[in-house]
Structure formats: structure tokens, C-alpha cells
Design a protein around this ligand. Sequence first.
Ligand code: CU
Length: 152
Amino acid sequence: MPADLIKDKSVKIYKLEENKHPYVAKGEKEAKVTRQGNQVHVYMTAIRSHLTPDNIEGVKVGDEVYFHVTNLEQDWDIPHGFTIRGSKTAEILVMPGETQTLYWKAEKAGVIPFYCTDFCSALHQEMQGYIRVSPAGSNVPLKYGTGDDMVQ
Ligand SMILES: [Cu+2]
């Protein structure tokens, strides 16, 4: 098939303002972490060259964590990937303006890295962070932040 039949019809970005995902964060100020029972929802954003939040604590062994990653980019050809060490559901690849969810169960205490899995810019390796998993039943409050700023 000749390329000119499709080349003008390809979707280059998803418009952020049209994103209706129930767990979207349309800017870094909307990034947050919430708990409902043993389910933790991370409303995360990705833009060159950081993830927000990139520092999470208060997750406990046995928690089911849902990373809802919104790619804030509105440029063509800037997907971001996401996964966390020990993930059993591979990685997600999030196109500009899109939100995708990665499920991960916290199975043991420790500090677990998460990171972008798609080479997005020269500072791609800055796109990473950590989640601290505490033992089941501990009373570490849920906290999150970017860089040194932690909020509760
Ligand atoms: Cu990236």
C-alpha cells in the first residue's frame, strides 16, 4: 500500500484537553497519591525529564498500586514509558496526551525503583523515582513528592 494513503491520517498526538481518562492528571499540580483500603492510586505525570511524583512512601506490603501515568507532552514523537521493578504486567507506553495504567502489587518491604522505559531525550535517565514499601500493618503515612518536596 502506498504510504501517501495513510500518512496524512496518522494521529500525531492526543489532545490533553480531550483526555477523559478517570484518573488523568492534566498538570503536575494534579499529581497525587490516594488510598482506598488496600488500593493505592498514583496520579502521575511524565514530561521531559521527570516523573511527578517521583518519591512515594506509605505504601504497605499487600497494597495494590495503580500507576495512572499521563504523558503531558504535546509534541509529536515523544512517548514516555513506565514500569516498576518486579512488575508482572510488562511496561506501558504512553503517547503524548494519553493516560495509561500499570498495576503493581507491593509484595515485600523495601525501596523499589520505577522509571521511564522509552528513550525520550538526552535526560531520559532522569525519569525515575522510588517507592518505599513498609511492612504490612505499619503506620507510615502516605506521602509523595517530587525531588525534595514531600506533601501528605
Ligand atoms: Cu521519558
